[in-house]
Design a protein around this ligand. Structure first.
Ligand SMILES: [Zn+2]
Length: 248
């Protein structure tokens, strides 16, 4: 995780802290003490000591940290949002979003940067919590799909559910370069999973063909959509792009 609670009860970021040996940092979820990691290659972050028993922040990769930090940094000064906070628990809910947004007209949006491993049940449960708290959710994958020699990708089960939730796309973080930096505002691409046919002519259950949109900015290409249920997908409140349904 990139933020922690200090001895005085304030939220502090790993980026701003120095490792001096006497300062203590605590997990905002379980209250146990945390270790501050400062490095030149990895992004500064906090982690639990081993066997803490708390899973908050566990398994977050370098890409996960970079994506979260980049989203936060590129949105926090944007005039469209009144409040932008990292690893923040929304008031009156038990949802701690990777990046929590509050728009000027009072709408709340949570960005969830999701590493690959998650069950469909956990995905559904977390999406449901957002709806129950009347907060829109934007799931972002921090790493691009691996494409095999035949141009195929193999999305995980929960990623296929996410594809259904988002009307046929998932959002993948676009790592900043000079061009993206100039754009600002949190950049992703939408990836549509096209059917993939095997040599036998049958449709593959496992593989899909990736179809990628142009770059989309979270600040101006997205709006809140309250969607109904369909097939595996329950009704949900999502932050969704303005592209038409058949952009691919
Ligand atoms: Zn904890």
């Amino acid at each position: 995780m990139l933020t922690a609670i200090d001895g005085g009860g304030s939220v502090v970021s790993a980026y701003d802290m120095t490792r001096n040996g006497w300062e203590s940092f605590f997990c905002p979820e379980c209250g146990n003490d945390l270790v501050l990691h400062k490095g030149s290659i990895k992004i500064h972050h906090f982690s639990h000591r081993s066997n803490s028993g708390c899973f908050y922040g566990s398994g977050e990769s370098h890409d996960h940290h970079s994506c979260k930090l980049h989203m936060y940094e590129s949105l926090r000064t944007h005039p469209k949002f009144k409040r932008v906070e990292m690893e923040h628990k929304f008031h009156g809910s038990n949802i701690r979003a990777d990046v929590a947004l509050q728009s000027n007209n009072g709408h709340r949006i949570g960005i969830e940067v999701q590493r690959s491993s998650m069950t469909c049940d956990v995905f559904a449960e977390r999406t449901q919590k957002y709806l129950d708290s009347n907060i829109a959710v934007l799931w972002i994958l921090p790493t691009p799909f691996k494409v095999d020699g035949q141009g195929r990708i193999a999305p995980l089960a929960w990623q296929k559910r996410l594809h259904e939730l988002n009307f046929g796309r998932v959002y993948v973080w676009k790592k900043p370069d000079d061009y993206i930096d100039r754009l600002g505002g949190g950049c992703v691409t939408a990836v549509h999973f096209d059917r993939c046919y095997l040599d036998s002519g049958r449709m593959s259950r496992r593989f899909r063909i990736r179809n990628t949109s142009q770059e989309l900015l979270v600040v101006n290409s997205f709006h809140i959509v309250q969607r109904g249920g369909f097939k595996n997908c329950k009704p949900a409140k999502i932050f969704h792009d303005y592209l038409t349904e058949r952009w691919w």
